[in-house]
Design a protein around this ligand. Structure first.
Ligand code: N2P
Length: 344
């Protein structure tokens, strides 16, 4: 007995002795409110896989988490500039296109991003712009056309600002007539001061739960990402989305596999799953972000298709700015944003 027991223990620890095999596990790290109603469930069923699903609230959080080496995820969803930063740090794995037969469904205009022309480390997931979400019973369409509304004392305590360094400083830069990618210290300091002056009007800085906060009426005015605002409009018919005349930021978010991913094979399967037209259509239907999948567009409801088309046509390309990787100038933004967040 004395001999058999330890052997049994080892066998149990190794998962032997007739126990059912452990399911393959996929660890996903994504923004909140950013997946279809059925995406995970159908993947679990089709692949007999276990899915662990965690959320982050900004590109900066994601970068810090992966950079610390402590987090082990198979799939993450950074915006373009964050893909560049993660790649430069050696934190992204090369993607095997042979494992992605559905890649042919990708819209050609998204297939060659300037920073990764052959999609070596990323596959496009969604695109969106930032803009103004407003309750049309309180704010007129005309008022919502300018970023000035976000600085109007009449809406003190009713405003939501994105808790997002690049998006919020980018908005303040555009309100001042500068580029959202400015690397000029005086301009970034002016944007910081604009946000500092606005702070007493802001009810909350948030990058999670925006559909709920705006949809429930807790805030009447929000500077947010198009999909979150359009989603708020599905629960509260008075909510509208406006692209400000001063111009705005355009985001493409991507699916990437971290270098230390424990299960890259399953991550590839998930990317291919998301590229399936029916899966992509369910994602668009749920989150109201535009999905760069040619075949999904025919599968969404007329309402979602309309939102998609409006987003495309309402945006004057000359007013849209992609958020770029700023290299060492990022420090200016870090300091400016810390000052805004720390101010009373
Ligand atoms: C979803 C947030 C999406 C981030 N709630 C847009 N880049």
């Amino acid at each position: 007995m004395k001999i058999i027991r330890p052997i049994l223990l080892v066998a149990l620890l190794l998962g032997g002795c007739g126990r059912a095999p452990q399911p393959d596990t996929l660890r996903i790290f994504n923004w909140s409110d950013y997946i279809g109603s059925k995406t995970i469930e159908t993947f679990r069923t089709n692949n007999a896989a276990k899915v662990i699903y965690d959320n982050y609230s900004s590109n900066e959080d994601l970068i810090a988490k992966l950079d610390s080496g402590g987090a082990q995820y198979d799939l993450v969803f950074p915006s373009s500039y964050a893909v560049e930063i993660l790649r430069a740090k050696g934190l992204l794995r090369t993607i095997d296109h042979a494992a992605l037969p559905n890649l042919t469904n990708l819209m050609t205009e998204f297939a060659h991003p300037s920073f990764d022309q052959e999609l070596q480390v990323c596959v496009p997931y969604t695109w969106s712009t930032t803009g103004i979400g407003y309750d049309s019973t309180v704010i007129s369409d005309d008022e919502a056309k300018s970023l000035a509304i976000l600085f109007d004392p009449r809406f003190k305590g009713k405003i939501l600002m994105l808790d997002d360094m690049r998006a919020s400083l980018g908005m303040a830069l555009k309100a001042l007539g500068y580029s959202a990618n400015s690397t000029n210290a005086t301009e970034v300091a002016a944007a910081r001061d604009k946000l500092l002056a606005q702070k007493e009007l802001v009810h909350v800085y948030a990058s999670m739960n925006i559909p709920q906060l705006l949809g429930s009426g807790e805030v009447k005015l929000a500077y947010g990402w198009s999909g979150d605002i359009l989603r708020a409009a599905t629960v509260n018919k008075n909510i509208r989305f406006m692209v400000p005349k001063e111009g705005t930021l355009v985001y493409v978010d991507y699916m990437c596999i971290p270098t230390n991913a424990p299960n890259p094979a399953l991550a590839h399967k998930f990317i291919n799953h998301v590229l399936d037209p029916a899966v992509a259509a369910d994602i668009a239907e749920t989150i109201k972000y535009a999905i760069p999948n040619t075949r999904a567009k025919d599968l969404v409801s007329p309402d979602t298709k309309l939102l998609w088309d409006q987003l495309q046509t309402a945006n004057d390309p000359s007013k849209l700015e992609q958020v770029h990787n700023l290299g060492s100038a990022l420090d200016l933004y870090d300091k400016a944003w810390q000052a805004v967040k720390a101010a009373k």
